[in-house]
Design a protein around this ligand. Structure first.
Ligand SMILES: NC(=O)c1ccc[n+]([C@@H]2O[C@H](COP(=O)([O-])OP(=O)(O)OC[C@H]3O[C@@H](n4cnc5c(N)ncnc54)[C@H](OP(=O)(O)O)[C@@H]3O)[C@@H](O)[C@H]2O)c1
Ligand SMILES: [Zn+2]
Length: 440
């Protein structure tokens, strides 16, 4: 494949600052391309997608991506079928929480005879759907599944048992299920029943596909993604506080998809007072369950006429402190919103809030600002991932807010460190994904 961009080269010399390759770069899909330099100006013509540990690949805009990741061209059958399983697992995004996304593919004599995915929480597991589709062909087959088959009775009987009953010959799974509640050796059960079990390819991608699930089952704290729309000069609003709209239609559509895939959308009261957002995912493909709308509002200042309290059929939570006036909280409750009391201090205790959300089944939080709330999340090291959409406009103005307000770092050593994961085009904007230190 040929890209007339000149953005990236295989052996780019980073020892020369600003070094850039010639006008045309040839890249074969699936080839190992180590990107050491990036020229932002080229992004509207090709998209860069990061993979495991800094590996990147080109895809053309409009290519269908697996959750912002494009796997390398599969080289073996195992890779090809696992990739297919990862791809179909994506169909459940936004519908399976608190369960993970799972995809399964059954192969017999070099042919796919059954496919399945976990479509919604409480619904059949991916393996069962695939086995049902395969019918008697499941006997002596190979099952590819993105997550280790379960071995416990939940809302449905254990998949491991059914796999044995159907006489599947071999099971290849991408990653273990680290949920302490369900851990209990699906693989071990299968091995004991003389089914061949292998941990297969693409475990990093499988982990990433369920990053919210894995973090929240292990720590009990939801996975927090901070999303913001920025100008080229790093402002999130004009000096007069206007932020509608900084970014392109494409980026705003992407944000709608991100909302639809989240369990909760969180904003500070400052944002409600200035923008009066509705916080509902507006996607063609409506999620089965709309995310919880959460307003962080220590003193319950939210006006009863706010859109979040009056429009959209999604549940709303107003997080306050114990000190907030009961008259106001009662007024808000009358509007059908739930009040969560998080802390007794001046400001909402964010850890307590996340704990309260976790106990309501929230695994993933999309934090949508504003800058004052974002800096508190940052300070408490509660942000796992940042997604910034940077538009090619300059707002300027010393008083215009950046994505993080608050005190900030005095010394460079005091900076909060993130690792850049993905840089991609989003309409005319740049989409940047970064993970906090060792997350991701
Ligand atoms: N471009 C973008 O993506 C984007 C996104 C969002 C917002 N914005 C812009 O940002 C501006 C609003 O941001 P903002 O910084 O003024 O408000 P904000 O971050 O939305 O809300 C801050 C308020 O949240 C409350 N809060 C409660 N507990 C807190 C805690 N633990 N830490 C921090 N705050 C806590 C505080 O008010 P109390 O003490 O009264 O509780 C605080 O003043 C607007 O201009 C909006 O347009 C832009
Ligand atoms: Zn299962």
């Amino acid at each position: 494949m040929e890209f007339p961009t000149g953005g990236i080269a295989r052996e780019l010399d980073t020892s020369r600052p600003g070094a850039s390759p010639g006008p045309t770069v040839k890249v074969r899909m699936g080839e190992d391309v180590w990107v050491r330099n990036v020229r932002a100006g080229e992004f509207s013509r090709c998209v860069l997608i990061s993979l495991e540990s800094g590996r990147m690949e080109f895809v053309l805009p409009g290519d269908k991506l697996i959750h912002e990741m494009k796997a390398p061209e599969p080289k073996t059958d195992d890779e090809r079928y696992m990739l297919r399983a990862l791809e179909i697992a994506e169909r459940g995004r936004g519908r399976t929480s608190p369960n993970p996304l799972v995809g399964a593919v059954i192969v017999k004599d070099g042919e796919i005879v059954g496919e399945g995915y976990h479509a919604y929480a409480g619904g059949p597991h991916a393996e069962i759907s695939a086995l049902e589709e395969a019918g008697p062909k499941a006997r002596d087959s190979v099952l590819y599944v993105t997550l280790e088959p379960c071995n416990h009775y939940g809302k449905t009987p254990p998949c491991a048992r059914r796999i044995v009953e159907e006489r599947v010959r071999r099971v290849i799974y991408a990653t273990e299920d680290t949920n302490p509640d369900v851990k209990g050796g699906g693989a071990e059960f299968l091995r004991k029943a003389r089914v061949e079990v292998l941990r297969g390819p693409y475990s990093q991608i499988a982990k990433r596909q369920n990053e919210s699930y894995f973090k929240s089952v292990v720590t009990g704290i939801p996975f927090v993604t901070l999303k913001m729309g920025l100008s080229l000069d790093g402002k999130v609003a004009t000096w007069a506080g206007k932020s509608k709209w900084i970014t392109s239609d494409e980026s705003r559509r992407e944000v709608q998809r991100m909302r639809a895939a989240s369990d909760a959308v969180v904003v500070g009261i400052g944002t409600v007072l200035s923008d009066d957002p509705l916080l509902i995912p507006r996607t063609d493909d409506a999620p089965a369950k709309k995310p919880l709308r959460v307003i962080v509002d220590s003193n319950c200042r939210i006006p009863p006429s706010s859109k979040v309290l009056n429009q959209g059929d999604a549940p709303t939570v107003v997080a306050v402190t114990e000190l907030s006036p009961p008259k106001r909280t009662r007024e808000i409750e009358k509007r059908g919103a739930e009040i969560i009391y998080a802390g007794v201090g001046e400001k909402v205790d964010l850890k307590a809030l996340l704990g309260a959300l976790a106990s309501r089944g929230v695994r993933s939080v999309l934090l949508e600002g504003g800058p004052t709330l974002a800096s508190s999340f940052l300070k408490e090291r509660l942000i796992d991932k940042i997604v910034f959409f940077t538009a090619p406009i300059v707002l300027g103005g010393r008083k215009a807010l950046g994505p993080f307000e608050g005190e900030g770092a005095k010394e460079i050593e005091d900076a909060y460190r993130f690792r850049i994961d993905t840089v991609a085009a989003s309409g005319n904007d740049l989409k940047l994904i970064a993970y906090y230190e060792n997350v991701g």
